[in-house]
Design a protein around this ligand. Structure first.
Ligand SMILES: Nc1ncnc2c1ncn2[C@@H]1O[C@H](COP(=O)(O)OP(=O)(O)O)[C@@H](O)[C@H]1O
Ligand SMILES: [Mg+2]
Length: 466
């Protein structure tokens, strides 16, 4: 499925991973920059300390030398000796600390050389000479010269320290910058991820959750019998579009099937009705007429029977009576198959005939001005005839009320008895058959039958011929 959900999810996940990954990379590089800068800041500090210490050594040497020259006290030579011993290591340490910065390295080297030269070429010969003979040394001149040389070295120290401080400040600034960058990367990465996750969730909701919910709602309507329910196929993506299409195809097929089923049921009922009508007509026009003429012939024979044969006359009369009863039974039977009076006179006379024949008293109220389609008339007739039969057979009713009227293009038939109630369609064949017949006409049949409170059958039949 090209462009399906799987691909979208993969692309979105990839994008998310990329953004988060970039955020982390920036963060990591900033943190490592920060480490580096902090290391360099520490180193700057160490350079400052080492330079100050070395300067201190030179000053100590110069102070000790001056003290000794001015007073001749060898106690002054103690710091001088210590300074001489400490200088080479201090100078080497300073040089190694500034290694990497050519300018500062050169400066440290100059300081080292100047220091070595001060100590070895100037201070040591001077002190050695003074030890031998203090008068041979002009203390004041030597002190001035010593101060001059030390000042030169100190000037070099001042420059080295100034440059180092500038470097330290610069490093601090860059370290602060890196700090800010790391924080910004963290904020942007986190914020970006949250926004992206939210967008992704919204996208999933829009492309998956909402359409699925709509399909589920439509499936619910379908389950409730609304076969016209369809989902819009406009916003479907990949698998969701397939689901929407599948749902609509299924609903269309179901609707089509139901239409065909209803049509075939209607055809079956119509065919059965046609057949019943034909049988009724055959019975009426054939056997019934034949039996009636046989009765007439019997009466004719009876009339010409020889006098003095009362037994023969009585027997002939009995046979004629039996035949008449058979004709009545046959008429009753064919009425059950198809009420000829309905086709001829319509619902009013047919229902009147039913009421007249009913053993339970019937109060009838018919208001059907024009004749509905025949299948509607037939259905209404059978509803009343079955309800009356039930009232006699099951209800132990004392009276039945029948109404049939037309309202808003619908024939409404109601049959109420005051019997024992408790009727349920499905226990026998009558009520269920009525339901089938009524549903075939897109009508509705309600049975209300609370135990002990009588039974009411209500049929609602559309009369408009479709
Ligand atoms: N008017 C009524 N009063 C009481 N019970 C009824 C009534 N109509 C039907 N019933 C009950 O409901 C069942 C179903 O009725 P129906 O479908 O007409 O079947 P049946 O072929 O037995 O008449 C009957 O068997 C009967 O027990
Ligand atoms: Mg019945």
């Amino acid at each position: 499925m090209r462009g399906g959900l799987t691909r979208r999810v993969l692309v979105a996940s990839g994008l998310l991973a990329m953004i988060i990954g970039t955020g982390f990379a920036v963060l990591l590089s900033s943190v490592s920059d920060l480490d580096d800068l902090q290391r360099r800041a520490r180193q700057s500090e160490e350079v400052l300390v080492a330079a100050n210490r070395l300067q201190r050594i030179i000053i100590d040497a110069e102070t000790g030398q001056r003290g000794f020259l001015l007073t001749g006290l060898t106690g002054y030579l103690q710091p001088w000796d210590a300074a001489r011993a400490a200088f080479p290591a201090g100078a080497a340490s300073l040089r190694s600390l500034v290694a990497g910065n050519a300018e500062q390295e050169a400066r440290a080297l100059r300081i080292e050389r100047a220091g070595v030269s001060y100590l070895r070429d100037y201070s040591v010969p001077l002190v050695t000479a003074a030890r031998r003979d203090r008068t041979s040394v002009d203390a004041a001149a030597a002190t001035r010269e010593g101060k001059r040389r030390v000042d030169v070295i100190r000037a070099e120290f001042d420059r080295l320290l100034a440059v180092q401080r500038t470097l330290a400040a610069e490093r601090q600034r860059r370290s602060d910058d890196a700090d800010g960058r790391a924080a910004a990367a963290a904020v942007v990465g986190l914020g970006g991820s949250i926004v992206l996750v939210a967008l992704f969730a919204a996208h999933l909701a829009r492309t998956i959750a909402h359409p699925v919910r709509r399909v589920a709602a439509m499936a619910g309507r379908l389950a409730d019998g609304d076969l016209g329910a369809r989902v819009q196929e406009r916003h479907g993506v990949g698998e969701i579009a397939a689901l929407q299409r599948g749902f609509n195809t299924m609903a269309t097929a179901l609707e089509e099937n139901r239409r065909e089923l209803a049509a075939s049921r209607a055809r079956i009922v119509a065919a059965a009705d046609r057949e019943r009508r034909r049988i009724e007509r055959d019975l009426h026009d054939g056997i019934q007429q034949r039996l009636v003429s046989l009765v007439l012939e019997l009466h004719a024979v009876e009339a010409v029977a020889p006098p003095g044969t009362p037994e023969l006359r009585a027997q002939l009369a009995d046979v004629a009576q039996g035949l008449t009863e058979a004709v009545d039974e046959l008429r009753e039977l064919s009425r059950g198959i198809h009420p000829a009076i309905l086709s001829e006179g319509g619902l009013g006379p047919a229902l009147k005939a039913l009421a007249r024949r009913s053993p339970v008293p019937v109060e009838l109220d018919v208001d059907v001005p024009s004749r509905p389609p025949e299948r509607v008339e037939v259905a209404a007739y059978f509803v009343v005839s079955e309800a009356l039969a039930n009232a006699v057979k099951h209800a132990r009713a004392s009276a039945v009320w029948v109404t049939a009227l037309v309202r808003d293009g619908r024939l409404l038939v109601s049959v109420r008895d005051d019997g024992v109630g408790g009727a349920t369609a499905g226990q026998g064949s009558g009520l269920i058959g009525l339901k089938d017949r009524v549903h075939t006409l897109n009508g509705a049949l309600d049975v209300t039958s609370p135990p002990g409170r009588g039974t009411t059958l209500e049929a609602d039949l559309p009369t408009a011929d479709r």
